[in-house]
Design a protein around this ligand. Structure first.
Ligand SMILES: Nc1ncnc2c1ncn2[C@@H]1O[C@H](COP(=O)(O)OP(=O)(O)OP(=O)(O)O)[C@@H](O)[C@H]1O
Length: 243
């Protein structure tokens, strides 16, 4: 269970996130929607601790995430796997090597210097690629793939991190409709099969409706809607989008 209490982040005079509290249970697929600049990315980055909170607390399965430092913080970042709009792959590395990067946090440091991975790690990486229907591309360079394929590699990389939570920051914003369906379908399948909670920022309400079980609406840093996808009616949408 992810518990967020009074989470706030200020950038100068801007309150990017304003005292947000929520709980996310295992297996939920939560869509975060709101206008550009509403605070959606800041919420995900705060949870992963890429951004430090100005106030508030994040607790995961009883452990205070906001208090983590050093090795414990690195381990949390591994557990709260991020998926980015621009994939964040290393173009010059193969697909397989990119997925293995997800094992680095679980690999003794001396092995990481030379990118030496154990046979078990390679097997895990291939298995993850196979789940994303990408195993046949394992030896290609990352930059030979389409955007949708690159995003599926990024999801495979997240999976080998052995995450407990997936944070996807507009994972399909730069993809065409077919790739969008492949990537959202993959996230949905992993969520269902592994019971991993997914928190996913989305620009399109239709996508949120099609794939999410619960919707969180953010307006000017504040949580203005939190409910099952069925409750997202026109009035709720107007209030989230400030119309
Ligand atoms: N590093 C930063 N420095 C200064 N201001 C920031 C920073 N990051 C975010 N902000 C501001 O915080 C607010 C929320 O930004 P955030 O990126 O979280 O919104 P968003 O809902 O994800 O928007 P988008 O959909 O455009 O990605 C905005 O006003 C933004 O300009």
């Amino acid at each position: 269970m992810l518990e967020i209490e009074g989470l706030t982040r200020k950038f100068g005079d801007t309150i990017a996130l304003d005292a947000v509290s929520l709980r996310i249970a295992p297996g939920e697929f939560v869509g975060v929607i709101g206008r550009s600049g509403a605070g959606k990315s800041t919420l995900l980055r705060l949870i992963n601790r890429l951004v430090e909170p100005s106030a508030g607390r994040i607790v995961f399965d009883g452990a205070d995430v906001t208090a983590k430092r050093g090795g414990a913080l690195r381990d949390w970042r591994r557990q709260a796997a991020m998926i980015f709009q621009q994939f964040a792959l290393v173009d010059q590395l193969s697909v397989l090597e990119n997925v293995l990067v997800g094992r680095l946090a679980l690999t003794p440091r001396w092995r990481t210097w030379t990118l030496q991975f154990k046979a078990e790690d390679r097997a895990l990486a291939i298995e993850a690629l196979d789940r994303l229907d990408m195993a046949q591309h394992a030896l290609k360079r990352a930059d030979e793939l389409s955007g949708g394929q690159q995003q599926r590699v990024a999801i495979a990389r997240a999976l080998v991190q052995e995450p407990r939570l997936i944070l996807a920051d507009e994972p399909v914003a730069s993809l065409d409709p077919r790739s969008t369906a492949a990537v959202m379908g993959a996230l949905k399948r992993i969520n269902a099969e592994d019971g991993l909670p997914v928190l996913c920022n989305l620009h399109h309400i239709d996508l949120a409706r099609d794939y999410c079980t619960r919707i969180i609406g953010v307006r000017r840093g504040q949580l203005v809607f939190d409910g099952p996808v069925e409750a997202l009616d026109d009035a709720a949408i107007r209030s989230i989008y400030d119309q």
